[in-house]
Design a protein around this ligand. Structure first.
Ligand code: MN
Length: 245
């Protein structure tokens, strides 16, 4: 790997109930990520995040590994996902990671990338977008953070079950990105390369934007294996599957 390569991952959904994924991410940080110029985590690093004050051991272990990574001098940029949208200044302090807005334009060498967790592009899922607009309000988040940790954890568990029920009864196409939203994002930002996760449908898609060719790269989840995009400053990129040893 050349030293101007940045790595992109998303949807790791790390949780004590899936120790193999946690272990794989820890070795990923010490291995490929440490050889790269830096790391971008595009949301849903954790299965749930109920506040920066949560001392839960598994999540804490991951935070400490990220702290080791950033202490070694490597930058780690994080976009909030729909599972860890409560990342705040406390998370940055614990990990040394830098939170980015969503969506955000990222520059690597001569490349301009449109980067997002991806849920903002799934505009056909009206029920989800309505929920998203509520929980992203600062008033809602203040009320939630004022609750005791145990209550917040119980509510997050309930939200996960609700989300599973929703995805179970909602049509596959409704939960994918909306084509018009993708085109609008390319037009508004003038970028020709988009990277996102969220849909758990890894792939590289060619998109025609007003006669110009653009590319949309979707990162995969880490439930059964890893998924990682390498982006070099010279414009080369490669979407890789990381087998679980
Ligand atoms: Mn997601």
């Amino acid at each position: 790997m050349s030293d101007d390569t940045y790595l992109f991952v998303s949807d790791l959904h790390l949780d004590a109930r899936l120790p193999a994924a946690v272990a794989q991410f820890m070795s990923f940080l010490k291995g490929p990520a440490s050889e790269a110029a830096g790391l971008y985590i595009l949301g849903d690093l954790f299965e749930a995040w109920v506040g920066d004050d949560d001392p839960e051991p598994c999540r804490n272990q991951v935070c400490e590994a990220l702290r080791d990574y950033t202490s070694s001098g490597k930058p780690c940029f994080v976009v909030r996902g729909n599972r860890d949208f409560l990342f705040g200044a406390g998370f940055e302090a614990r990990t040394g990671c830098q939170l980015l807005p969503d969506p955000v334009r990222v520059t690597i060498g001569a490349l301009q990338l449109f980067v997002s967790h991806g849920d903002v592009l799934c505009t056909d899922d009206h029920a989800y977008q309505e929920l998203r607009s509520v929980v992203r309000q600062s008033a809602w988040q203040r009320h939630f953070m004022a609750l005791p940790l145990d209550t917040r954890r119980a509510l997050a568990d309930a939200a996960r079950s609700g989300s599973k029920a929703h995805t179970g009864r909602t049509q596959y196409s409704v939960m994918d990105v909306n084509t018009a939203a993708v085109l609008a994002a390319f037009r508004a930002t003038g970028t020709r390369l988009m990277v996102h996760g969220h849909t758990h449908r890894p792939g590289v898609h060619s998109v025609d934007v007003d006669g110009q060719s653009a590319t949309r790269i979707v990162l995969g989840d880490w439930y059964e294996q890893g998924s990682c995009l390498h982006v070099q400053a010279n414009g080369h990129y490669e979407l890789l599957t990381l087998p679980r040893g």
